[in-house]
Design a protein around this ligand. Structure first.
Ligand code: PLP
Length: 244
């Protein structure tokens, strides 16, 4: 058998995966004339065991993204000794699960309704600490199941601005999974345009500094389009175990 043992052991391969990813991120930043520090890699650890998160943390990763409130809550507890970890919530957030997430994460990437804004603001007020969020936009019409339509962006931003314990610091989008990487480019470009228009107008107080876009298959394209956060799962951790 000549297969490399490390490809069969996810913990052993994380170092290699991270090095390869770093080279690609650097390359994409160079081609786009951007500084490497402008782009944060969020390691998407949904469905992966806490042991893999710990291994990535030991390799220097600090930002981790989770999709399910309960799972995030359990892992954050189990990994409470990792003092510099920053959790990101990137999945669909139900209002009745928001209490598991608000205050536990540095950033919620997936806010797309006024009702959820109200809920987050309320929970953050109870905790006495503001919560940073991104507004998730659906720019691909019916192909995407989650995210607000671009028409509602200004209303959502204004709604956020009226609240004192939630701060909208940028936008997020997720192209349909079936598309080829290059097909995502117009959607990434559109997200950036929507952000830039509002920055220029001074809407949202000019605080929309983040664009969360790009995953394992298409982050190079996203970085070229201005992503400040890329959400990378399989390129770091390998294939995900199937969800029940
Ligand atoms: C799973 C997931 C990712 C990461 O996907 P990969 O293709 O494994 O990199 C990124 N963003 C969101 C919202 C996800 O659900």
């Amino acid at each position: 058998m000549t297969a490399e043992p490390s490809t069969r052991d996810p913990i052993a391969s994380i170092g290699q995966h991270l090095a390869a990813l770093e080279a690609r991120v650097r390359g994409a930043c160079e081609r786009a004339n951007r500084r490497r520090e402008e782009v944060t890699v969020v390691a998407v650890s949904k469905l992966q065991p806490a042991s893999l998160i710990r291994a990535a943390y030991e390799q220097g990763v600090r930002d981790f993204g989770e999709n399910y409130a309960q799972e995030l809550h359990a892992k954050a507890r189990e990994l409470a000794d990792l003092e510099q970890i920053r959790w990101h919530f990137i999945g669909h957030l139900q209002r009745n699960k928001a209490q598991l997430v608000v205050g536990q994460v540095a950033l919620i990437h997936s806010v797309s309704s006024t009702a959820l804004i109200d809920r987050i603001d309320r929970l953050a007020a109870d905790r006495g600490a503001p919560q940073d969020v991104l507004l998730q936009l659906n720019l691909s019409g019916e192909l995407a199941k989650t995210g607000a339509s671009a028409d509602t962006l200004d209303a959502l931003l204004q709604h956020c601005q009226r609240k004192s314990h939630i701060s909208c610091v940028g936008l997020m989008t997720m192209p349909p999974l079936t598309e080829r990487p290059a097909d995502a480019e117009p959607l990434f470009a559109r997200l950036r345009e929507l952000r830039d228009e509002r920055q220029t107008r001074g809407a949202a107080g000019g605080t929309l500094r983040h664009l969360s876009m790009g995953m394992s298959a298409d982050f190079d394209v996203a970085i070229a389009c201005g992503a400040t956060m890329v959400r990378i799962g399989s390129a770091i951790f390998g294939p995900r175990p199937a969800s029940e």
